[in-house]
Design a protein around this ligand. Structure first.
Ligand code: A2H
Length: 240
């Protein structure tokens, strides 16, 4: 794409045993799961430092031109599968209070955007909250993708950012206020996102009880958290 483009912080969520897995770094304290599209193809491939990443083939190719794989322009694929094959996998994700989170199905993931692997922060993302509610409310939806109750039911949105008038679970507030019924409620979800994103960025204050950033403004700490995650090995920067 040349100069410019969108910068993403790829958060590394580490696949835990048993093995068969653009972002908002300041929201990583509130991750409850990881979204995968059940029907899109994914690949696992070796990075320059020996780690194995999972993403769409398209994102893997982009990474190979960003000096992230061993050879420029080459992707060393170790496995290929569809999202369904890596559904319900346990992961460890940086910064979140949940020790283990799971890969769960989201049907609105786009194949041509980012890595196709989306971290879920239902406190602050209306899409994530709506999709998590779909899974919690609909046992047949869980069983269709062989998702066990314990991968979904114990996970609640974590209050991480306080936004004036929207509270500390802004996405929950917006989804309820607009009476959003499911992850497919496209127009209302677009409206919900308008309600929470900009206001969250400009007026949001970090709560997260674990942290070093409590009481600080989202817009002031975003970059610092991103840099800290990269320095700790929990994230890498990727452009597209
Ligand atoms: B965001 P933008 Cl807390 N398909 O991450 C669908 N959605 C995708 C995707 C894909 N292939 N790849 C990334 N995304 C989502 C966190 C978050 C996000 C929060 C709040 C807002 C938010 C937790 N999910 O997004 O249009 C990812 O969700 C606001 C739009 O390129 C990513 O950031 O800006 C966001 O879309 C990037 O969308």
């Amino acid at each position: 794409e040349g100069v410019g483009g969108q910068e993403y912080t790829l958060v590394k969520m580490k696949l835990l045993e048993p093995y068969p897995s653009k972002l908002r770094p300041e929201t990583m304290f509130g991750q409850t799961n990881c979204w995968i599209h059940p029907d899109i193809p994914y690949v696992a491939y070796k990075m320059q430092n020996g780690e194995v990443f999972v993403s769409t083939r398209r994102a893997a190719r982009n990474m190979s031109y960003q000096e992230m794989t061993a050879d420029q322009g080459k992707v060393d694929i170790v496995a290929q599968f569809t999202g369904q094959d890596i559904m319900g996998c346990p992961l460890s994700a940086p910064l979140t209070e949940y020790k283990v989170i799971y890969t769960l199905p989201m049907l609105t993931i786009k194949e041509d955007k980012g890595t196709g692997v989306v971290t879920s922060v239902p406190s602050d993302s209306p899409d994530d909250y709506a999709a998590l509610c779909d899974l919690k409310r609909k046992p047949p939806f869980r069983s269709k993708y062989r998702i066990k109750d314990e991968m979904v039911l114990p996970f609640e949105p974590v209050p991480i950012i306080e936004i004036p008038e929207l509270g500390s679970l802004a996405a929950v507030f917006a989804v309820e206020k607009l009476k959003i019924q499911s992850q497919n409620d496209k127009d209302k979800l677009a409206e919900a996102k308008e309600m929470v994103y900009l206001k969250g960025f400009y007026e949001g204050i970090l709560l997260q009880p674990f942290g070093w950033f409590e009481g600080q403004r989202v817009q002031d700490v975003k970059k610092t958290i991103q840099q800290q995650m990269v320095a700790d090995g929990g994230a890498v920067i990727y452009m597209e």
